[in-house]
Write a new protein. Structure first.
Length: 407
């Protein structure tokens, strides 16, 4: 049994903990246990094969980090000594390339760069002492990633079992200007309450990240099915167990009627989304249209969930009049989009994920829920609007509606 830490986008910790518990249940693992959540991730434990499971099936985790050691520290030499003690040669060889990354919260150490260097030196010195040779550093595509975490008193050293970040599913060939990371899109789908079979519509789909994640869930394609992982280069890699995990994947029956729908103002984005769906192995139809978001109609007779990451700042003006100030263009766009939602989408639940925290005011809609998340370092909100005809206008907007227009 080993201890693992699974980082994730901040705000997605509960969603990840729920997903990890589901992975344990659906893959019949008696050993994968979910422990505490901390800002930015979830601690869990299990066997090495459980690490394979999480890498293969988790849509929300960014990585699966294997805890190697933990100790209190006073200075960089304490960190060097702890790293030097670890049997790195049990995990990989001197002929593998390495990279060291470090994260710190309230650490008293003055230079994280120097601390990173001490960790690298300790690993290399361990190999040099035993074999007379040392691993080379490769910061771009290393075989092994070693991750240090420092708080005020404790230092933890991890070995990354994932390799490239898990949001890199292996299907994305093209992106728009500001693509959502795949694991953030998957987390938003979970938080929205969407399940395969429910109608889902993204009217500003961009390169299609939300739709690809949903389509793979409908089809039963695990997010890690089309990529490689660092653990495949570990010395104790259990090839047979890994092959059995992949052989146990059972794709779902393809839907006979479309339930996923997308549109975008840009024909290039629509083509890009279509290509990304194909590259991701999606074998059923996902209808996509080129149309402005303000002009959309419900794509299904049954109300469902609208989930989208609307443009903000420069992205609103991509197809607009460049002589109009951005804030004025945004106000006009959201006013028209709000009218579309109120007039055409009664019965739908609308989720808008944005860094514009004043979005409900622009829409003149009262959100029923707002959930804070981070897109990288950018603070965002997932706003939920329940589109019930006639009850959505903000109370604060009523006096404005009654006030005569100024000439």
């Amino acid at each position: 049994m080993a201890s693992y830490f699974c980082p994730c986008p901040r705000g997605m910790e509960q969603a990840l903990a729920d997903e990890l518990a589901e992975i344990a249940q659906t893959t019949a693992s008696a050993t994968l246990k979910v422990h505490n959540q901390v800002p930015g991730g979830v601690h869990c434990s299990g066997t090495m094969v459980d690490a394979y499971r999480v890498n293969l099936h988790s849509r929300i985790a960014s990585r699966v980090l294997l805890r190697i050691a933990n100790r209190t520290y006073s200075n960089e030499n304490d960190i060097y000594d702890l790293v030097l003690e670890q049997p790195w040669e049990d995990w990989f060889g001197w002929d593998n390339t390495i990279r060291v990354d470090i994260t710190a919260i309230k650490s008293p150490l003055t230079s994280l760069e120097f601390t990173t260097l001490k960790i690298k030196d300790a690993v290399c010195d361990r190999f040099r002492d035993q074999f007379g040779k040392r691993p080379s550093v490769d910061t771009r595509e290393p075989d092994m990633r070693i991750v240090g975490f420092l708080d005020q008193r404790n230092f933890t050293i991890y070995l990354d079992t994932s390799g490239e970040a898990l949001f890199k599913r292996g299907w994305r060939q093209e992106t728009g200007d500001a693509p959502l990371r795949e694991n953030l899109a998957a987390g938003l789908l979970r938080v929205s309450g969407w399940k395969p079979g429910m109608p889902l519509f993204d009217p500003m789909c961009g390169s299609g990240t939300i739709l690809v994640e949903a389509a793979q869930m409908v089809q039963g394609i695990p997010p890690g099915a089309r990529r490689r992982f660092a653990f495949e280069k570990f010395r104790n890699f259990e090839r047979r167990a890994w092959d059995e995990l992949k052989a146990a994947i059972k794709p779902n029956t393809l839907p006979s009627e479309p339930t996923l729908f997308g549109s975008d103002i840009s024909g290039d984005m629509v083509a890009m989304a279509r290509n990304n769906l194909r590259t991701a192995g999606v074998l059923f139809e996902v209808p996509l249209k080129q149309i402005e978001a303000q002009q959309v109609q419900p794509p299904s007779a049954t109300p469902g969930i609208m989930l989208t990451n609307p443009p903000y700042g420069e992205r609103i003006g991509v197809r607009g009049d460049s002589t109009i100030p951005q804030d004025e263009m945004a106000a006009g766009f959201y006013q028209q989009f709000s009218g579309t939602l109120k007039q055409r989408f009664a019965g739908w639940t609308v989720f808008l994920f944005t860094a514009d925290l004043g979005l409900p005011k622009l829409l003149r809609l009262k959100e029923s829920r707002k959930t804070p998340f981070f897109n990288g370092a950018l603070e965002c909100r997932l706003f939920r609007f329940d589109m019930v005809a006639g009850f959505n206008r903000r109370e604060a907007a009523k006096p404005d509606a009654a006030r005569p227009q100024q000439p």
